[in-house]
Design a protein around this ligand. Structure first.
Ligand SMILES: [Zn+2]
Length: 244
């Protein structure tokens, strides 16, 4: 029997370019989403969407590592000052991305911006949703300097030993359509979330807002797990970490 109290939780997606009417129409009643900002502009868009009070829709605010490409460091730091993090349930999507730039100075700026937002998260005791493409080691090194435990490494792509460090430290990882089988997920369901990273396409197919259901289904099929069991696990992880 399907447990209707259990929601499909999309821990990481981006709706800032979705027209509000479409969002209201497509957002499913049995879904919870944490839509992450990537820039000051997207934060402002979310502040407007927030006023619509869509049931189950929550926000993560922050600056994505690519902001350093088109903004000075001082502009980015000013923008962080101006973000009202009290309107969000998490800080994200923040992090470091070494694919975006090879320039040493820009990489350093990414680090400074990441660290600044991490400090705010720790102070406010908010979970952090982290992007770490080609920079897992650097991210883990920086995280080792904080006591903050509410860490979600979204779309984790690190090495197995990095994965072990992350799990040992109690961090959470997200899985998107269950593609890379990098570890024994069944032993670590207490540290797992599921995401779509909407609107990033999957298998060259455009995603729908409600495709988080598909993401859960693929996950369950790949790991031979019961859907309600996984929904229950993810929901309990969510309630452990987030204050909603
Ligand atoms: Zn994302």
């Amino acid at each position: 029997m399907v447990n209707k109290d259990l929601k499909f939780i999309d821990i990481h997606c981006h709706y800032d370019d979705v027209p509000i009417d479409k969002l209201k129409f497509e957002f499913s009643f049995d879904q919870i989403s944490v839509a992450a900002a990537v820039s000051y502009d997207s934060y402002n868009k979310y502040e407007n969407i927030r006023l619509e009070k869509i049931d189950g829709l929550y926000f993560a605010y922050g600056l994505y590592p690519d902001v350093v490409l088109n903004n000075s460091l001082s502009t980015c730091l000013d923008q962080i000052e101006n973000i009202n993090f009290d309107h969000a349930i998490a800080i994200g999507e923040i992090g470091i991305d070494y694919k975006i730039t090879k320039n040493k100075e820009k990489r350093k700026e990414q680090e400074i911006i990441f660290q600044k937002q991490l400090e705010i998260a720790e102070k406010k005791d908010l979970p952090v949703i982290i992007h770490s493409r080609y920079a897992t080691k650097k991210i883990l090194d920086i995280l080792s300097t904080t006591n903050h435990k509410k860490i979600i490494l979204h779309w984790f792509s690190g090495l197995n030993e990095e994965l072990k460090i992350a799990l040992d430290r109690g961090y959470y990882l997200t899985n998107r359509f269950a593609k890379p089988t990098i570890f024994n997920i069944k032993d670590n369901l207490d540290q797992i979330f599921i995401e779509t990273d909407y609107p990033i396409s999957y298998d060259n197919k455009e995603l729908k807002i409600s495709d988080i259901k598909k993401s859960y289904e693929v996950f369950c099929k790949d790991y031979n797990l019961d859907l309600d069991f996984v929904k229950e696990k993810v929901q309990s992880n969510f309630l452990k970490l987030f204050e909603i």
